[in-house]
Design a protein. Structure first.
Length: 167
């Protein structure tokens, strides 16, 4: 497996391949709604990459995309993140590698914080977040969504560590 930055010229193939490799349940957990097919407008948004305000990394196995993680600027120094891993490769470390690559990319692009929303029922993603984002703040947005906020170059305090362990 190899993880690298995804460029706009090749994004269409990667997005199509990863979307096609997601089960209806995985699509629901990724998009927070049933998404039976990738519409043209969704595809345009997912492939619109400029390398800074909209950037992505792709995980590949033998040249075939198996996962994508994106960051989209939401402010001057904050970016929202999202990721998807095709079903056969879930729970095999791909998500961990994609998040690590996004943290490196976000740091290189001088973002101060990454954030994203996870459905509360998405236990696998919440477990990944807990392992990959030590020191992340988890805030319940509503009954269904948990906001994950991860400061880059973060110094974890004792109080925050205890609060994370209690959560």
């Amino acid at each position: 497996m190899r993880v690298r930055e995804l460029h706009a010229a090749e994004a269409g193939h990667a997005v199509d391949t990863v979307f096609d490799g997601l089960s209806p349940r995985s699509r629901y957990l990724r998009f927070h709604a049933p998404v039976p097919r990738l519409t043209a407008s969704m595809r345009r948004r997912l492939t619109d990459l400029d390398g800074y305000r909209k950037a992505a990394v792709v995980a590949e196995c033998r040249g075939t995309p198996i996962g994508i993680a994106r960051l989209i600027a939401t402010g001057d120094d904050t970016a929202e993140i999202a990721l998807a891993v095709v079903d056969p490769w879930q729970r095999k470390g791909v998500g961990t590698e994609l998040i690590a690559a996004l943290v490196r990319l976000g740091t290189d692009l001088r973002y101060a914080e990454l954030h994203g929303d996870v459905l509360g029922e998405n236990e696998a993603m919440l477990g990944l977040v807990a392992r990959a984002f030590l020191g992340a703040r988890l805030t319940r947005e509503d009954d269904d969504v948990i906001r994950v906020s991860y400061p880059l170059n973060y110094q974890l305090t004792h109080e925050e560590l205890v609060a994370d362990l209690r959560w």
